[in-house]
Design a protein around this ligand. Sequence first.
Ligand code: AHR
Length: 335
Amino acid sequence: MRYLEDVVLKKWSAAVLAGALAVGALAGCGGDDAGSGDGGGGGGKITMGFSQVGAESGWRTANTKSIQESAATAGIDLKFSDAQGKQENQIKAIRSFIAQRVDVIAFSPVVESGWDTVLKEAKDANIPVILTDRSVDSQDKSLYKTFIGSDFVLEGKKAGEWLVKEYEGKTGDVNIVELQGSPGAAPANDRKAGFAEVIKADPKFKVIASQTGQFTRTDGKEVMEAFLKAHPKIDVLYAHNDDMGLGAIEAIEAAGKKPGTDIKIITVDAVKDGMTALAAGKINYIVECSPLLGPQLMDLAKKVKAGDTVEQRVLTEETTFTQEQAKAALPDRKY
Ligand code: AHR
């Protein structure tokens, strides 16, 4: 009988340990004060569970660095999880943060839709959620405390406005190809919509092809190769981020054309590599999207934890860059 109890106890302990390890691994859990949030019964340090989209672009790398460094500076215990571009991984990570009773959950949603259930679970567990960089399309705004990030529709509009000005007074069709971000992602949906809204005022602007390049250089290059084969006359490329634009530049050069001259290029982000290409005349215009969200996110987390009221929407300040402005800004560009 005693032997049987020992066996049962050992099996139970092993199962509990395996479960805890699985949650920790999924959440990319680090540090020695796991679960020290309110519900975990630990000290005063705030614990934040953060689920990142992945590592698809230079922008994302800079964003991750900003969040990790700001958490360290603010004395926040960060449990960082990389979703590798998959919504199901983010949902698992959020559930594991709930199980660990973190103080605050923050995440940058891979796609806009399909978050209501898991956000409701966080709300029922009394864990505040902060959306960073990208929003969700949930109608119930009480499911998250605040959203900090850019206005992606405005970014698309700025791209369109530059184009309209560039072709002012010129006649004849302007054939545009568009490299979209990852399907269903807020910046892909909104940058497309904002751009379309502005250029529709003049029928000479024709989007002759529009396809996803997944926000990556590799896909940007591949899709641009296909565009070049299918369309003998391309005047403009609008890429939803620098990385896809940079991949496309390789394809354009390989096809014997001059990027920035034979094909005008507009991108979004303004990371160092993009700005370098703009300064060199290979890109014509960049709309900035700032990845440096870490410091504001940590401030918001502290406020939310303290029960202070926070704005439902915190907008990121951004600008645009021409070639001359990129040359001037490059020496101080941090990312
Ligand atoms: O959500 C922000 C976007 O995601 C960036 O513009 C893009 O580079 C990234 O992958």
